[in-house]
Design a protein. Structure first.
Length: 202
């Protein structure tokens, strides 16, 4: 398995103490970002209406789920884990023999393999879909910063190498674009159907 990103990982991974560990665990978790998800839902609902917002949520969940399942192929986990059994799964930094004693590991409570990063993939899918729907420059900048912050937290926690995250971002972006296209297709169909009903009512 490739090792070219080991030095970059070691440069970014350090012991920041228990306070920093707790902050990075929180950033890497889900609870902290619930207000963001609610904000996205509210903005999409106000911009496109209730039915479109519901379709958006379904497609967003599908995008994140698809991204996670695709990543599982390479880590031999999830519903598609048997799809490519011959693929040599890459251990997380915390479980990489060559880096033992060199890595700061706040917690070992993680699966053994890290490529491709599901965290990076799911947040990228969410970022792509929400930015494309909201279409606001400030929001786009903020969501990119949040995405990079979450990705860095995974390096700090010794869960992923930089390449794990880069590949995850690609997978997630692709899933996000695909589901955004599906949502727009569904939304257009619903809009046409609504206009047809209005014409008949007249």
């Amino acid at each position: 398995m490739y090792t070219f990103d080991h030095n970059l990982f070691l440069l970014l991974n350090f012991d920041g103490g228990t306070a920093t560990d707790a902050v990075m665990e929180t950033i890497s978790g889900t609870a902290m970002w619930v207000p963001l998800y609610l904000f996205i839902l509210v903005v999409v609902w106000r911009k496109y209406g209730c039915r479109s917002a519901l379709a958006f949520v379904v497609c967003l969940v599908a995008a994140m789920g698809l991204a996670d399942m695709l990543c599982g192929i390479f880590k031999h986990s999830g519903p598609l884990k048997h799809l490519w059994e011959s693929f040599p799964a890459r251990p997380r930094p915390m479980f990489t023999d060559d880096l033992q004693g060199l890595v700061h590991v706040p917690s070992y409570a993680h699966g053994r393999f890290g490529t491709v990063s599901s965290h990076a993939a799911t947040v990228a899918a969410m970022a792509v879909m929400s930015a494309a729907a909201i279409r606001n420059r400030l929001y786009s900048i903020v969501i990119v910063v949040i995405t990079l912050l979450i990705c860095y937290s995974r390096i700090y926690l010794a869960c992923h190498f930089p390449m794990d995250l880069a590949l995850g971002l690609v997978v997630g972006a692709a899933a996000g674009v695909a589901m955004w296209w599906l949502w727009k297709t569904i939304d257009c169909a619903m809009q046409k159907g609504q206009k047809g009903k209005e014409k008949k009512a007249k």
